[in-house]
Design a protein around this ligand. Structure first.
Ligand SMILES: Nc1ncnc2c1ncn2[C@@H]1O[C@H](COP(=O)(O)OP(=O)(O)O)[C@@H](O)[C@H]1O
Ligand SMILES: [Mg+2]
Length: 303
């Protein structure tokens, strides 16, 4: 949980500004915002890796540093594996495990969970970015924590890997784990998350269910037919697009569009409701209002 969290860097950059949110047990919470929005900085505050300027960042009511055996409470992956390239994944995990009095059998177990068993005895130096991401997840899982904090875990994963990640995150949440997962691409996590926290320039722009976010968006009706371009719309509706006999209408319900087509004797081949375009909604929410958006889009840096 983060309460009125603010982080200013010496250089005068306010990376996080009065941010408050929480992530619930048994849920996957997406922590979203464009590059440079302050996601990594927030997660670093939560993990006690950087001291906040103001406010609180706690896990289960206490700061990370107050947790006695943190690996058993919170698992984190901030960068794709800090493992030594000459070490094997299994040895990397064993080292961390032995420091925390975790057994070798648990090491094998997490390797299996992340799908690295076959590659476990190969040197990490030869790993793809996706395999490193899996190794970072294995490290996070070692202590069987009830909180998972993952910074851009989908980065570098191929579509198969992203699909695997979705199942993985859902499985963790179904065990009651609080999963907080950041991303700068909504579509990566869209099918996985229950709740979303969206930030822009360090400040909260939305917290709530993904469902409620789409409900709030503009509804669209897709209508298709051979002469659909002839459909006459009442004043308050608008035609968003017309292409190949398909029209997208906003400002009307599906019933109203159906009735209008019927009254105008137009043949229909499709009449469907389209939920708001999430990516558009996300971009709209996170777009800078002022023209000085350079600091947000210009610097992202490697994630
Ligand atoms: N150690 C640092 N020193 C100075 N500025 C930083 C530092 N870390 C991050 N920032 C700045 O803070 C802002 C937020 O960065 P970051 O938390 O990495 O965003 P995100 O993870 O959402 O891309 C950016 O403007 C970034 O340049
Ligand atoms: Mg980041």
């Amino acid at each position: 949980m983060v309460e009125h969290l603010t982080k200013r860097f010496g250089s005068g950059v306010t990376a996080v500004a009065d941010l408050s949110f929480s992530a619930a047990p048994g849920k996957v919470t997406g922590f979203l915002g464009p590059n440079g929005a302050g996601k990594t900085t927030t997660l670093r505050c939560l993990l006690g890796l950087v001291a906040q300027t103001e406010g609180k960042a706690t896990i289960d009511g206490v700061t990370y540093r107050e947790i006695e055996n943190p690996i058993t409470v919170v698992g984190a992956s901030l960068e794709a594996s800090g493992a030594h390239p000459a070490r094997t994944a299994r040895n990397h995990l064993r080292m961390i495990a032995s420091a925390a009095k975790i057994t070798d059998s648990r090491v094998s177990e997490v390797l299996e969970t992340v799908g690295l068993t076959a590659a476990a005895d190969r040197k990490v130096g030869g790993y793809s970015l996706g395999m490193r991401q899996r190794l970072a997840l294995a490290v996070a899982l070692l202590g069987d924590p009830k909180v998972l904090i993952l910074d851009e875990p989908a980065n570098g994963l191929d579509p198969e890997g992203i699909s695997w990640l979705r199942t993985f995150l859902r499985h963790q949440a179904s065990k009651g784990v609080s999963v907080l997962v950041s991303s700068h691409v909504l579509s990566e996590v869209q099918q996985t998350v229950d709740d979303v926290i969206i930030i822009r320039s360090g400040s909260l722009v939305y917290q709530g269910s993904l469902h409620a976010l789409t409900e709030g968006g503009p509804a669209e009706v897709v209508v298709r037919g051979p002469n659909i371009d002839q459909l006459v719309l009442p004043g308050q509706w608008s035609r968003k697009s017309v292409a190949n006999g398909e029209t997208v209408i906003t400002g009307a319900t599906i019933e109203e569009v159906g009735r209008a087509a019927f009254e105008q004797s137009l043949e229909l081949h499709e009449l469907s409701a389209k939920s708001a375009d999430l990516e558009q909604l996300f971009l709209g929410l996170t777009a800078e209002e002022s023209p000085t958006n350079q600091s947000v889009n210009g610097k992202g840096g490697p994630e």
